[in-house]
Design a protein around this ligand. Structure first.
Ligand code: ADP
Length: 488
């Protein structure tokens, strides 16, 4: 059967403590009481044995004839003796009383099996009789041997009234004190539990203040260093990290909406303008090609977003085929000339020819373009971008160096994180903070890696290493997991 427990932890703790304390107290009280009863009975029995010896010393037992040794000497002595030993009796082997005190004779005790056993075995027998007055009489049966080895039973009694009174007083005291003790203990446990759980209440109150829109609240720490403090510290650490990623996420969404809105506004304005002014075919063509550029930009942003949404498990799926990396890098450099020219940035390429390997062309194109785009975007006007592609043994190395504003050591640790953008350029240069994250994921998926070295104010160099695998030795490239640590 399941015992229904109080719902509140405080009451439950107090209840459980009180129940175990009650069990302990009851067992202790019961043992103490049993010990006391034993002690009182032992004292009574010792007293009875002493009285038995005294009575025996007064009687001379012959053949069914008992004589008081000092009967003739002093009848008063017997009187006095009977006053101190109120209950005694000598019984023959048929259960007939031969001699005894008046009080004992008046009780007419039955000839019991215990008495008969004492007669036959000679051992002491102990009995208790309920008297008509309600009192109890403790009786010792002792064997007495007379002439011709004839056996008799001497029965000595003592009233148990005093002992019973003492025991029932003790019982009453225990019955009165135990509930009071339990009550006091229950109250104490309740207050102790309340005091100890105050911290839990404070933690609950703090937790209620935390919402997805407000992660600034923190769990209280008492400073005692106990388990609750540990819990608060751990939760506060988690909250801090959550707050940072929420901030990044909302910043990312802000950037993203800006990125999407900007080309859309331009496209809309251009379309409206073209519709208002009836232009030549050449004019429409120019407008459409401009719109195509914006659509491309939008498509890249959207595909970044899609990639991010799909890559919750941080994986990139590759479709590798034999590709000429040199051609790809050269095409990317040529493609970027227009953009670098707009910013008056000189772009140069030193591309070793015919470096081929197994690559996913789409993903590789994305990686290279992102590095070149960044090198131009984060450069100063009239700056330089140097691209070098070379192969050493079975590894291709692509370096993209720029003369831009560089990246601080602290930020170098973070730029490969998803959605991270340096604070200094967030407003001035548009972007989503996803490019380098995906560049690193793509490089690692190909079995390579990407690292950065930079001196703030002087420029940065991104170095990509890629293993060159030919058709024959093409292994099953797994979709690589992007790791969280940044390579510097
Ligand atoms: P985005 O360019 O869209 O912001 P990236 O992931 O490509 O995202 O880059 C992450 C951040 O790394 C950028 O916001 C910028 O702060 C920094 N960064 C990347 N490339 C360069 C570079 N060549 N020079 C200086 N900072 C760079």
């Amino acid at each position: 059967m399941k015992v229904p427990l109080p719902r509140r932890l405080q009451s439950r703790l107090a209840f459980k403590q009180t129940v175990s304390f009650a069990l302990l107290v009851i067992v202790l009280a019961w043992s103490a009481y049993a010990f006391l009863v034993r002690h009182v009975y032992d004292q009574l029995d010792d007293e009875l044995q002493d009285r038995g010896i005294a009575v025996r010393s007064m009687l001379q037992v012959r053949n069914n004839d008992v004589r008081w040794l000092n009967k003739e000497a002093d009848p008063e002595v017997r009187e006095q003796f009977e006053r101190s030993v109120r209950f005694y009796q000598l019984v023959d082997d048929q259960g007939r009383s031969l001699e005894g005190s008046r009080e004992m004779a008046a009780l007419q005790l039955p000839w019991t099996a215990t008495a008969r056993e004492t007669l036959t075995t000679g051992r002491y027998g102990w009995e208790i009789f309920e008297l008509p007055t309600g009192a109890r009489l403790r009786v010792l049966d002792a064997s007495v041997i007379g002439l011709q080895q004839r056996r008799y039973v001497m029965r000595i009694g003592i009233l148990m009234t005093d002992a019973d009174d003492a025991l029932s007083r003790m019982k009453l005291v225990l019955l009165a004190v135990i509930p009071l003790m339990l009550l006091a203990h229950a109250l104490n446990s309740w207050f102790v539990a309340k005091r100890e759980l105050r911290m839990v209440e404070e933690i609950t109150a703090a937790a209620r203040k935390i919402t997805p829109l407000d992660l600034t609240a923190r769990f209280p720490v008492s400073g005692s260093g106990d388990e609750l403090d540990e819990l608060s510290h751990t939760l506060n650490g988690n909250l801090g990290r959550l707050q940072i990623s929420f901030q990044r996420m909302s910043e990312f969404l802000r950037n993203l909406s800006h990125e999407i809105r900007q080309p859309l506004t331009v496209m809309r304005a251009e379309a409206e303008q073209a519709l208002r002014v009836r232009g030549s075919d050449e004019g429409y063509r120019e407008m459409l090609s401009k719109q195509l550029e914006h659509v491309e930009l939008l498509a890249r942003t959207v595909s970044d977003l899609m990639e991010m949404a799909q890559s919750d498990d941080e994986e990139v799926k590759l479709h590798c085929q034999s590709e000429d990396l040199s051609e790809m890098v050269q095409a990317a450099i040529d493609g970027m000339r227009l953009k670098s020219g707009e910013m008056n940035i000189q772009i140069s390429g030193t591309v070793q020819r015919s470096i081929t390997g197994q690559f996913d062309p789409g993903q590789m194109w994305r990686l290279i373009l992102n590095l070149l785009d960044n090198a131009i975007k984060y450069n100063h006007p009239n700056g330089r971008v140097d691209v070098v592609l070379s192969a050493h043994q079975d590894t291709a190395m692509l370096t993209v160096s720029d003369t831009g504003h560089g990246i601080s050591a602290e930020e170098q640790q973070k730029i490969f994180e998803r959605g991270y953008r340096a604070t200094s350029i967030r407003k001035s240069v548009s972007g989503t903070g996803l490019g380098l994250h995906f560049a690193r994921t793509i490089a690692r998926a190909h079995g390579g890696d990407i690292e950065v070295s930079s001196s703030p104010g002087r420029g940065s160099t991104f170095r990509v290493t890629l293993p060159l695998i030919n058709d024959a030795e093409m292994p099953e490239l797994p979709a690589a997991k992007s790791r969280e640590n940044t390579v510097n």
